[in-house]
Design a protein around this ligand. Structure first.
Ligand code: ZN
Length: 169
């Protein structure tokens, strides 16, 4: 049966909708572009942290807990630790935030592994979430952070070693 003019115009309309939706989809950034932009952002932040010493400049956000109470939180000194690491001063970085420095290789490994898998597939991989395992790990990490906070806020030697140098923030 030959296509009637109405059927032809209907097909054209469907086709143009399909082309338009492909066009809209095409404007989204590809996964590789997103990874490249994230890498550029990390590079930019690292260059800034290398050049601008957190021990001498107050351009960095200050720790609210330390400013209000004088208590070092688990994150206190992390910015200074990155600055020290970028300058190759590992011991100073450990003084600044030993927990962060210890966790950094694992964080970089997981981020790198995930980014590499996403780059290869040009799509973000689906991560199967096991709620119980995630909760157990979350609790373990939280307890570790609480222990670190208690440790670094105790007075005297050897606890002073875990306080950021020279002051909090
Ligand atoms: Zn803090």
């Amino acid at each position: 049966m030959p296509a009637t003019p109405t059927a032809v115009s209907h097909i054209t309309a469907v086709r143009s909708t399909a082309v338009r939706s492909t066009g809209l989809h095409g404007t989204r950034l590809s996964t590789r572009t997103q990874i490249a932009l994230a890498a550029c952002a990390c590079g930019g932040v690292s260059a800034f942290l290398y050049a601008v010493d957190p021990n001498r400049h107050t351009v960095y956000p200050q720790c609210l807990l330390y400013n209000a109470t004088g208590i070092y939180c688990a994150g206190c000194g992390a910015t200074r630790a990155i600055h020290a690491l970028l300058h190759g001063r590992a011991i100073e970085a450990l003084h600044d935030n030993a927990l962060f420095v210890a966790a950094l290789p694992l964080l970089l490994y997981v981020a790198g592994f995930y980014a590499l898998a996403a780059w290869r597939a040009n799509a973000w991989p689906e991560i199967p979430v096991d709620g119980r395992a995630l909760a157990r790990r979350g609790i373990s990490i939280f307890l570790l952070m609480v222990a670190f906070v208690v440790l670094r806020n105790l007075p005297g030697w050897p606890f002073d070693w875990f306080k950021p140098v020279p002051s909090g923030g």
